[in-house]
Ligand binder design. Structure first.
Ligand code: NI
Length: 166
């Protein structure tokens, strides 16, 4: 299976709202598999959203199991038409993104969220997420609304940091 090409800022498609998925067919399954493969190929990538590969549909992957430090999580998740239904608390944390490869930035997110979505077969599911997993989910759902972490920085001057070459 091949990794898909990842669009990077300032590609216009990353700023576009995505359409809901209505048909759960074999084509969708194949796309999801490619998306997972693409996420796994990214260094330390803990999530990816369909618009990052130019597909403007409400599909994303959240995988807190790939966090460098162990965190509470629900395992590897494929979220179709995800919707955050409740937010609680605030936390500041540093985020990166496959579509903004050279920078990380400090972003305020809810500490805890309720999320409803469908799984890859269209089955409805709900999650209560907190901490790092909640942060990833908020970051990925933002992608589906055409929002990047760059849009959420409290201060571009103080909070954006160039990645040190590895
Ligand atoms: Ni991202």
């Amino acid at each position: 299976m091949a990794s898909l090409e990842i669009l990077t800022y300032p590609d216009e498609r990353l700023k576009t709202g995505c359409e809901p998925v209505e048909t759960f067919n074999p084509e969708l399954q194949s796309f999801i598999d490619h998306l997972i493969e693409t996420c796994s190929g990214g260094p330390g990538a803990v999530g990816i959203a369909a618009p990052q590969v130019g597909v403007l549909q409400r599909i994303c992957i959240v995988d807190a199991t790939r966090a460098r430090r162990p965190v509470d999580n629900h395992g590897h998740l494929v979220l179709i038409n995800p919707e955050i239904t409740a937010w609680d608390g605030f936390a500041v944390g540093r985020e990166g993104c496959l579509s903004v490869p050279d920078y990380t930035g400090k972003v305020i997110r809810a500490e805890k969220i309720e999320l409803k979505a469908q799984d890859r077969n269209g089955k409805p599911c709900t999650f209560t997420m907190s901490g790092f997993e909640a942060r990833i989910a908020q970051h990925e759902v933002d992608h589906l609304d055409g929002i990047l972490f760059l849009d959420r920085l409290v201060s571009r001057h103080a909070d954006l940091k160039r990645r040190t070459p590895t």
